[in-house]
Design a protein. Structure first.
Length: 267
């Protein structure tokens, strides 16, 4: 399928023009624009959605996945998803034939992009789209794939309920992470008992309501922190009454302080 003797197809200018990937690992900083596509879509190849600057969010029917610059989201072939990014982001996504690349991961998840992998992604983005499969460019691609296979997974995932009423509730919380509404208030709005809503929420998401809301608030904080906003301002904007409470929740969720997790990766 990818023999060097094959006549190479003309280089496309848009990802939607591709019928198949001309190389097992594909992606280019200039020739192939890597734009965020919030509209839900799917494609027959795998994708590694990575922002060298900013924060990228991938939304599937099952969950929301978020990645600051030292993280990336793996999207398997055929998975319905949308991609959003924070303002002034620089996306350098990769597109892969998972069989040819020996990366047949069936589920969406977030990976840690360690410094070597980050530099390999950056270097790969400078190669021609139709790089030489017999030369040094392909050897660089193989090293990149090797480091990608070894990348640790990290739990930057917000499970999403399938029930339409719960999904609308979650959308309201996501849109206003600073809102102080308790579960009892949401239950009154939906006309159900608080205990009934609590059980349904946990059954649909695997998390208690308070834990889900906390994770949602912290996810909302990441783009603000990456944009350079003051930690105190971010804490208040995301519904925390004190800086210490925000930092404690952040450390509990991510195992690090805001300053340790979010930073600007060099371009």
């Amino acid at each position: 399928m990818y023999r060097q003797t094959d006549t190479p197809p003309p280089e496309p200018t848009r990802l939607g023009e591709l019928k198949r990937l001309p190389r097992p690992l594909y992606g280019h900083r200039e020739t192939l624009p890597n734009r965020a596509i919030p509209r839900r879509h799917r494609h027959p190849w795998a994708q590694l959605s990575y922002a060298a600057r900013g924060v990228v969010e991938v939304a599937t029917p099952e969950a929301r996945f978020i990645a600051p610059p030292d993280r990336a989201v793996w999207i398997p072939p055929g998975r319905l998803h949308g991609v959003r990014c924070s303002r002034d982001s620089e996306i350098r996504s990769l597109y892969l034939d998972p069989v040819a690349c020996d990366l047949e991961w069936p589920d969406c998840h977030v990976l840690e992009v360690q410094p070597l992998l980050r530099e390999l992604i950056r270097a790969f983005g400078e190669l021609p789209v139709l790089y030489d499969l017999e030369g040094a460019d392909n050897r660089l691609a193989q090293v990149l794939l090797d480091r990608l296979r070894a990348a640790p997974r990290v739990p930057l995932m917000l499970p999403w309920p399938r029930d339409p009423r719960l999904a609308r509730l979650c959308q309201r919380i996501q849109a206003r992470p600073d809102a102080p509404h308790r579960l009892s208030e949401h239950a009154r709005r939906l006309g159900v008992a608080e205990r009934t809503l609590s059980r349904a929420f946990r059954a649909q998401t695997g998390l208690r309501f308070r834990r889900w809301r906390q994770r949602c608030r912290l996810f909302a904080a990441l783009p603000r922190l990456e944009a350079g906003e003051r930690v105190t301002d971010v804490a208040l904007a995301c519904g925390y009454e004190s800086l210490s409470a925000f930092i404690a929740a952040f450390r509990e969720e991510f195992g690090r302080t805001p300053g340790e997790l979010v930073h600007r990766a060099p371009l």
